[in-house]
Design a protein around this ligand. Structure first.
Ligand code: KG4
Ligand code: ZN
Length: 341
């Protein structure tokens, strides 16, 4: 390592992945270790917060050690510690925050609290070295659906958000209703390939005055009503058609709202982020529509779309360069809003 290199040790534990990573100079991922609890939560059909916290405690030290080992560095090489402090499950967040504070205290290295959504957005910088703000970004994850303008590193303006369910949440709930299990997103993505997206017409929600807000609970109810009516009429449900038609309804709304905003604000660059951004049909739809409109389209690889610590390391790097430092009073903030400090 050269002396001037900035190495961030990043920690992420906001939901059901215990993750640590080492990121060099903001864009180079030296290691990205993820210990997933998905198999465990699948038994219960969703994330059980108490179990998540307990598992994070069991795994966190091992994951951090692995991240350093894989990066072929020691703690001495690390410049600063970045950690997700919100939003997320409070007990889960606290495990990462406590670990980061302990390391910072023991080593004297600076501590930087990172916003989870800021991390998701920053995942785009890893593989798109030329991408720099300003650009527009659609964040679609299990807990969030945000249409964001990235004015500069660490400077965000929210144009729209979901009024009810997040996009990923809708995927998970519909998947459960058609018996696919948790997490539903990847399963609906896969099954949709065998179905006809035009088979069933589900509603595309318009929300009040704002063009940029989203709503997915009506769509979810429409799918449940459809399933109930099939059951009452004794009609066999074609699950692949339901999955494909539901997925198409979500994608249509996301594409329309996001690209409307891109046009209105005159952006030439558009990115997607968050777990749902790994959806293959969503990527294809944006690729096609952005090409038509001559907009440069960016997205992270699937491993950087779902929760990981590398993205936290990237966001943490830009915070570090701006001089942001946190004290040992850094706390987990379960409902932290983007742009708040
Ligand atoms: O970003 P993420 O890992 O965690 C949160 O911050 O919420 O997102 C998880 C969400 C889950 O709802 C999952 O079902 C969804 O992302 N997801 C997908 C796909 N892969 C993950 N949704 C649609 N298609 C996928 N391929
Ligand atoms: Zn996430």
């Amino acid at each position: 390592m050269e002396n001037k290199d900035v190495l961030i040790l990043a920690i992420e534990s906001s939901c059901d992945e215990t993750a640590a990573a080492v990121v060099k100079n903001g864009r180079e991922v030296l290691s990205n270790v993820i210990s997933s609890q998905i198999a465990l939560h699948t038994l219960y059909g969703g994330v059980v917060p108490e179990i998540a916290s307990r598992k994070h405690i069991e795994k966190i030290n091992q994951v951090i050690e692995e991240a350093l080992e894989e990066a072929h560095v020691t703690m001495d090489d690390i410049t600063a510690i970045a950690v997700t402090y919100g939003p997320g499950l409070v007990g889960a967040l606290l495990v990462g925050v406590s670990a980061a504070k302990a390391i910072s205290f023991a080593t004297g290295k600076p501590l930087i609290g990172v916003h989870h959504i800021e991390g998701h957005i920053s995942a785009n910088y890893i593989e798109n070295k030329e991408l720099e703000p300003p650009f527009a970004c659609l964040v679609v994850s299990g807990g969030h659906t945000h249409l964001v303008v990235v004015n500069d590193y660490g400077e965000y303006q929210i144009l729209g958000r979901t009024r009810d369910d997040a996009a990923g949440e809708a995927f998970d709930k519909v998947a459960r209703a058609i018996g696919l299990g948790y997490p539903g997103g990847p399963k609906i993505d896969k099954l949709s390939k065998e179905g006809n997206p035009e088979a069933i017409h589900f509603p595309r929600a318009k929300v009040g005055e704002s063009n940029y807000d989203f709503s997915f609970s009506g769509l979810k109810s429409a799918v449940l009503n459809y399933l109930n009516s099939c059951e009452m009429k004794n009609i066999e449900v074609n699950r692949a058609d339901v999955a494909a038609s539901f997925q198409k309804a979500v994608i249509d709304v996301l594409v329309e709202h996001a690209l409307e905003a891109v046009k209105e604000y005159g952006f030439h660059k558009f990115a997607i982020a968050g777990g749902v951004a790994s959806n293959s049909s969503l990527r294809e739809a944006f690729e096609k529509e952005c090409a038509k409109r001559r907009i440069d389209f960016y997205h992270p690889s699937p491993v950087y779309c779902t929760d990981n610590a590398a993205m936290i390391g990237v966001a943490g790097y830009y915070d570090y360069m701006k001089g942001k430092r946190d004290g040992y009073d850094l706390n987990a903030v379960p409902n932290l809003r983007l742009g708040e400090r």
